[in-house]
Design a protein around this ligand. Structure first.
Ligand code: G
Ligand code: G
Ligand code: MN
Length: 239
């Protein structure tokens, strides 16, 4: 779980679920090392459903303690066009008793190489109709950002960290972010700046109109218990 800071509310109001694999011998293995292999081996669906189910349980806990609290889950690009996707997710919703799907955001990368584009669009539309928020991850570095915005109705874009990291030193990147924020807002979408690594960048993202910020400067990915402690700590600090 990596916390997300809501600029307007001035509080941590969400988190992205980032899977970590704890190997008894090798320690914590980052997802890059096994997500790709899982995708190739056809095991990514099982992993994603497991992550989603756990994320929903955490969401229910967090929303009892510090509402409202958003949790984002990464949907592998490979499974977006799966014919059973919506049914599987509907089963998870039923099993967990999730009352309000809009507390969960599904992140899809811009680069998804769908075999079946029509099915993918239908799946995403169905999930959104169920109430899930949709987010385009790594926005701006994929193949078809604008076509995406036109084709896929979504609620949020996540500005790729390459723009975010460059914003303080490069005017061009600032201008690009400014326009992306304007475009997103005019489509009724929120903007998350990811990869914020220092205070100057955090302030730049706030000034440029981003709605949420995420990155090492705000907080590193952490376990739920540590997130709860952090929320507690920052709430005290704010009082
Ligand atoms: O968590 P970082 O900390 O290392 O994540 C590396 C990459 O792995 C990112 O692109 C992130 O989106 C992806 N990732 C992390 N957790 C998950 C997950 O649960 N499912 C999928 N499909 N990708 C994930
Ligand atoms: O592809 P996606 O945006 O889901 O990937 C999230 C990845 O970004 C994870 O690997 C996460 O650990 C990493 N990450 C989170 N905050 C920062 C940051 O401030 N700087 C960098 N370089 N990576 C970050
Ligand atoms: Mn992501």
């Amino acid at each position: 779980m990596q916390p997300q800071y809501d600029f307007r509310a001035g509080r941590i109001a969400g988190a992205e679920a980032l899977i970590r694999w704890n190997d008894p011998q090798r320690g914590v293995i980052p997802p890059d090392a096994f997500i790709l292999q899982a995708e190739r081996a056809g095991r990514i669906e099982a992993i994603t459903y497991w992550v989603l189910e756990r994320a929903i349980a955490k969401s229910q806990r967090l929303n009892r303690l510090v509402p409202p609290f958003q949790i984002s889950v990464n949907l592998s690009a490979r499974m977006v066009d799966h014919p059973m996707l919506v049914k599987e997710i509907a089963n998870i919703v039923a099993r967990t008793g999730l009352a309000d799907c809009s507390l969960i955001t599904l992140e899809v990368t811009e680069t998804f190489s769908m075999a079946n584009r029509e099915q993918a669009k239908r799946n995403l539309a169905d999930l959104r109709a169920m109430g899930f928020r949709l987010s385009i991850d790594d926005f701006g570095v994929g193949q078809a950002s604008l076509a995406y915005l036109s084709e896929i109705p979504c609620d949020e874009i996540k500005l790729d960290r390459c723009f975010v990291a460059a914003a303080v030193t490069r005017t061009r990147d600032r201008r690009i972010i400014e326009s992306m924020v304007q475009l997103a807002h005019s489509l009724g979408q929120e903007v998350v700046a990811e990869g914020i690594e220092d205070f100057a960048t955090l302030e730049a993202m706030r000034r440029l109109g981003c709605d949420m910020g995420q990155g090492y400067f705000i907080a590193r990915p952490m376990r739920l218990e540590d997130l709860l402690a952090l929320l507690d700590e920052r709430q005290w600090a704010a009082e």
